[in-house]
Structures are given as C-alpha cells and as structure tokens.
Design a protein around this ligand. Structure first.
Ligand SMILES: Cc1cc2nc3c(=O)[nH]c(=O)nc-3n(C[C@H](O)[C@H](O)[C@H](O)COP(=O)(O)OP(=O)(O)OC[C@H]3O[C@@H](n4cnc5c(N)ncnc54)[C@H](O)[C@@H]3O)c2cc1C
Length: 502
C-alpha cells in the first residue's frame, strides 16, 4: 500500500486525506494546530462561539454537483439556517437599506428608497435574475467535462456585460447618496469584488444552494475530520512540519519541529506555499515563475478581515440583520485604518452560536498587514492596540445598540498576526501566490470559475503536490477542498490506481 503524508488539515488537506483513503493509500496528516479545518475555524469563549471564517457556504442544494462533493467528504449534513437578507446598512439617522434575498421585496424596497434610480435598480435585479434557474452552472464549471463546460457558453455570454463592474464601480451609478455609498460595501465591505461574482452569489441564496451552516464553519471542518478518521486516516495534531525530505529530486517524507522524520511515497502540502517552497524545501525547486509567485505583496494595501472584534453579549440579537453596515457620524481611525463604517456579522439567527438569550457580534475591520506586523514586535504595544480597538468599537456600537457595554460578557480581538500564529502563513490569511497584480484581476476570476492556471507541482520535484489556497489563489472552502480530490486523482494516475469517489 503506497503512503501519502499531508502537511496541514485545511480544506485541501482533509480532502486529500479522505480521497486518499477511498483509494487505498495509507495517509497521515501532520497538523501544526490542535484542531482540524485551517482557516475554516472558530473558537469558544464562555459558551460563545466566535467564527473566524464563514459568511456563506455553497453546496446545500441536493442534487447539485457541489452538494454531492460535500457528501463524499462527509461535510454534510449541515443544517442550513435561514437568513433574510444578504446585508443591511444603516445611517446615523436610522435610515435603513435592506439588501433582501427576495428580489421582489428588494426591488420594491430600493424603488421606494430611490425612485430616481429605477434604471440602475432594474439592471441590478435583472443581473440577479439572470443567474436564477435550475442549471447547475457552478457544479458544471467545476466538475464538468470539457464539452459540458463548453455548453455553458450560451449561459455566460449574456452576462459578459456584468464583468466590467466591481461592486464599487456599479454602486457609483446610484444617484441616491445612501445607495451610492452603501452598495459598494454590500459584499463584506469589499468594493473591489467583481459584481458578477456577487450576482451569482445572491442568486445562489434564492436557489437554496448558499447559506449558513448551523454552528458555523467548524461544523464542516469537524464533520470532514471525522469522515477522514472513520476511513482509517490519521491526523497528528500539534505536529509542525519544518522540512520536506527529498531523495533524487523526489519528495519522500517530512521532518517535524520535534526532529522526528517520517517517510512516505508522496508528500502533499496544504500549508502556505511560500513557506513550503522557501523554507520546507529551502528554495531548491524554483524557476522564474515560482520566484514571482513567492514575492510578497509589495503594495501593503488595506485588506479586508484584518481585525475581528468578537463580542459575546447577554442580549437576544435575533431581530437584527445577519450582517450590518453601520455608517459612522464621522470617520474614525481604528487599528490604523480610516473607517467611515463598521461592518459586522450579528449572530442572532443561529442560536447555537451563544448560550440562550445571548448572541455574538463580530465586527470586521480592514487594515494594512504591516500595521500589525510591526506592532507585533512589541507584545505590550500590540496588546494595548487590541484593547484600544475593542474600546473604540464598543463606544461606536453603543449608538446602534444602546446599553451594549453593560451586556458584554466576552471580548476577543484577533488580527492578521493571530492567523499567522495559528496557521503558519506569511501574509495573515492572504497566502496566495502572486500570479497577477491583484486578486480582482479578471484572469484570477476566470481562473477561479473555470479552474485554470492552477499550481499543483514544483519544477524538478517529483512525488510532491500542493492542495488548497496556493493552488486556487482564491478564498473558497469548496474550491480549496476540490484541489484535494484533484491531487489524489493525479497520484492515482501516477500509481496506476483506478480513482474512486467512495
Ligand atoms: C476571514 C475569512 C473569511 C472567509 N469566508 C469564507 C466564506 O464565507 N466562504 C467560503 O467558501 N470561504 C471563505 N473563506 C475562505 C476559506 O476559508 C479558505 O479558502 C479555505 O479554508 C482555505 O483552505 P486551504 O485548503 O487552503 O487550507 P488552510 O485553511 O489554509 O489550512 C492550512 C492548514 O495547514 C496547517 N499548517 C500550516 N503550516 C503547517 C506546518 N508547517 N505543519 C503542519 N501544518 C501546517 C495550518 O495550521 C492549517 O490547518 C474565508 C477565509 C477567511 C480568512
């Protein structure tokens, strides 16, 4: 029986292990952390669950290809919890904009709010409608044969007009000042997100395919880890890999931080690509392209989800929207970032996230990676800044949730440095190869949709594969899990084994 060592138990690592077991390989996952799931994680404090990852999971709809894939991985069943709107936004004067999932309700609401924007609203609504229907285009584009993928061309052609917009550039077309500034932020406060992806996502909620799994992301991770172990796979937690062993330019095992060495026929890295290439393999398997992939992002731009302020509150939050953009009276600098709004997930809709009659508010702030990495050099200064951020956020939230301070039972602040500490990455959670100038590059979007230009191997190194984010260049649970399946297909081919999915 041939063996596979997998570095990391993120989505790609767990999926590699599961399909490896299905196909008769002897697999072991070495995970640096004490839990499975990698970025798909949460932590518990005094009964409150702070989910660090999830906004939405796709693949709930039975009989879609993605759902079938999750079933193979044992990720399902996850119970989908209903949410009514994608996001709501509120101005300091209390004016609300609700981005309802229900498009009739959404159209009515938007036209009431801004009759002058009827043309842009129609375009927006028609954009969502254009993705509706029973065609499993997402499944086909990921799992279909070449000819099946080609059959999607007539489906995508009429939508090309949406490709030219980001959320920001489309939002600027609204004449109403509130919609003009709120629309660009409706997808997790990131104006650079392509409009196309958002329209597809919105329609996927209506279609019943995207949603929130009860208990959050950790439910999914634990379900997959259980399936893997039931199949006979071994996860060894708190085992950090420091070196990939090679013989005659073939990967043949790993060395752990504790000095032990472990041999296998194949090695798969689900860890950060930069660390894998530059440290675990000491930069021995690189060419010009790989060097470019490993370059850090020189721009040091503000990035989303740099800081999370999670609050466990003794208050029923079930009547609040699931995601709220709260505009501030005046901009305020928080964690080095100039904020004119606070974007937050409000977990009143999932009772399993907190003890009874309680709820969680998770405020998501953007920021510059360098701001926190510099502070992190000085533990006292770093802690002081985290405390200051929490204090600022709570003071601002008081305006929307009067008396909140009295109800707060737990405060938890995490930053990009927290991700690096727990996940071993080099750029917080943004551990993507630098293939293009930035993530919103249209080529990245096309690669994502059609699974093109993926980085599974390294030049000159045999019996080694990547699984996860380094392959896809995208933050997506499903896509990164899928790389694990592809890796095992490749290993089966090399080993002369007929691939099976069960
Ligand atoms: C804030 C945030 C929100 C997100 N929201 C969503 C969402 O709503 N929906 C969605 O689909 N996706 C979302 N994503 C993206 C999704 O979570 C990720 O794309 C996916 O989890 C990445 O999986 P991966 O296979 O790349 O592995 P990772 O999650 O990157 O896991 C890598 C694993 O390797 C381990 N490791 C690293 N180095 C070593 C080492 N040296 N030795 C041993 N182990 C090691 C790490 O501890 C980790 O467990 C979000 C991501 C973030 C950060």
């Amino acid at each position: 029986m041939k063996s596979i060592i997998i570095i990391g138990s993120g989505m790609g690592g767990l999926a590699t292990g599961i399909y490896g077991q299905y196909n008769g390989f002897n697999t072991t996952i070495f995970e640096a952390h004490s839990l499975p799931g990698g970025q798909c994680t949460s932590w518990k404090r005094k009964g409150y669950v702070f989910d660090a990852c999830l906004h939405t999971l796709n693949g709930f709809k039975p009989e879609t290809k993605v759902n079938a894939f999750w079933q193979e991985l044992g990720a399902m069943p996850c119970e989908m919890v209903e949410r009514n709107e994608f996001v709501s936004a509120v101005l300091p004067d209390g004016t609300h904009f609700h981005n309802h999932y229900d498009i009739k309700k959404l159209e009515y609401h938007l036209k009431q709010l801004s009759p002058d924007d009827a043309d842009v609203i129609d375009e927006y609504i028609n954009g969502i409608k254009s993705f509706l229907g029973e065609l499993d285009w997402f499944g086909i584009s990921n799992f279909g044969t070449f000819w099946e993928k080609l059959s999607l061309v007539p489906f995508f052609l009429p939508k090309i007009k949406y490709f030219k917009y980001t959320m920001g550039s489309f939002g600027e077309r609204f004449r109403h000042p509130f919609l003009h500034k709120a629309f660009p932020l409706i997808r997790y406060s990131v104006p650079d997100v392509p409009l196309f992806g958002y329209l597809a996502e919105h329609s996927s909620y209506i279609y019943g395919d995207s949603g929130w799994p009860r208990g959050g992301g950790m439910t999914l991770s634990k379900n997959m880890a259980s399936r893997y172990q039931e199949l006979g796979g071994t996860i060894r937690y708190r085992k950090k890999v420091v070196r990939i062993l090679t013989e005659n330019n073939r990967a043949c095992g790993v060395e752990l931080e504790d000095g032990t060495q472990h041999k296998a026929d194949f090695v798969v890295s689900n860890a950060d690509g930069r660390k894998t290439i530059l440290e675990m393999l000491e930069g021995r398997y690189m060419n010009k392209k790989v060097s470019q992939y490993c370059e850090p992002n020189s721009e040091d731009n503000d990035i989303a989800f740099s800081v999370f302020v999670c609050l466990g509150v003794k208050r029923d939050l079930s009547s609040y929207p699931s995601f709220l953009i709260m505009f501030l009276d005046q901009p305020e600098t928080i964690g080095g970032h100039n904020c004119d709004h606070l974007g937050m997930q409000i977990f009143g809709f999932d009772t399993s996230m907190a003890p009874s009659d309680r709820g969680v508010i998770k405020v998501e702030l953007s920021g510059k990676p360098s701001y926190f990495s510099q502070l992190y050099q000085d533990e006292t200064a770093y802690q002081a800044e985290k405390n200051k951020i929490a204090e600022q956020v709570i003071a601002l939230l008081e305006k929307q949730f009067p008396g909140l301070r009295e109800d707060i039972e737990v405060i938890d602040v995490s930053t990009l440095c927290t991700w690096e500490r727990y996940m071993g990455g080099t750029q917080g959670h943004n551990n993507f190869p630098r293939k293009y100038k930035d993530l919103t590059d249209i080529r990245n979007v096309l690669d994502f949709i059609f699974g093109l230009n993926r980085i599974y191997t390294l030049p000159g190194l045999g019996n080694f594969f990547f699984a996860g984010q380094w392959v896809t260049s995208m933050g997506s649970l499903f896509s990164n899990a899928l790389t694990g399946k592809t890796v095992v297909q490749k290993i089966c081919k090399k080993s002369g084994v007929k691939f099976t999915e069960s």
